[in-house]
Design a protein around this ligand. Structure first.
Ligand code: K2U
Ligand code: ZN
Length: 187
């Protein structure tokens, strides 16, 4: 399996809208395996294909305590959302080090396809509901900082651009073959 580069905000590729999956083949299975490895290594509890510059409707999630219950959602749809809403302290692997409160539906019912192309439905609450809505946003080209105030969002953008320059500087000055810091897929 392969560790994939996670795009960092404000990379414009994070704003691309994902297309439906139509081929349930070995290439898709390898992408799922690589995304799962990348998510566990980050570490995170979810990862959308958009974040690894693959603009298809594919999400991996594992909210289990033992990090051993991977869930794969293909062509994910939210078909119902509760009126009840809750605020959750969110983070994002594409915006490392930034956490802030985001209000979302407390429960969602989703319909998706599994890796064999078979449809299923799921009622989610708590962390799984938050994560599903967060990943659904990624597939729609939306990053969670867009829910924050323009002032906060601009400060985050400036900080991330500064960090990106530092990563690129340290990578370009590292002697050939030395381990490269960060995983920038910047554009
Ligand atoms: O999409 C991502 O960047 C993965 C997020 C998913 C997530 C965001 C907000 C709330 C829950 C899940 C990463 O897992 S961020 C790390 C994290 C882990 C647990 C709880 C909050 C954030
Ligand atoms: Zn995210």
């Amino acid at each position: 399996m392969t560790l994939l580069t996670i795009l960092r905000y404000p990379d414009k590729r994070l704003n691309k809208v994902a297309k439906p999956v139509t081929q349930f083949d070995a290439r898709l299975k390898k992408l799922v395996a690589d995304m799962a490895e990348t998510m566990y290594e980050a570490p995170g509890v979810g990862l959308a294909a958009t974040q690894v510059d693959q603009h298809i409707q594919l999400v991996v999630i594992d909210t289990s305590d033992e990090h051993n219950q991977l869930q794969v959602f293909i062509n994910l749809e939210i078909i119902w959302a509760s009126e009840e809403r809750k605020v959750y302290e969110e983070g994002c692997l594409s915006v490392p080090g930034i956490y802030d409160g985001v209000e979302r539906a407390a429960q969602v019912r989703v319909r998706a396809l599994d890796l064999q192309g078979q449809p299923f439905e799921l009622l989610a609450d708590e962390l799984l509901a938050v994560c599903i809505q967060h990943e659904m946003d990624h597939l729609l080209g939306k990053v969670f900082v867009e829910y924050l105030s323009p002032l906060k969002r601009n400060r985050i953008k400036i900080r991330m651009q500064k960090e990106e320059r530092e990563i690129e500087r340290s990578n370009s000055s590292a002697p050939y073959g030395a381990p490269r810091r960060g995983r920038t897929g910047s554009q």
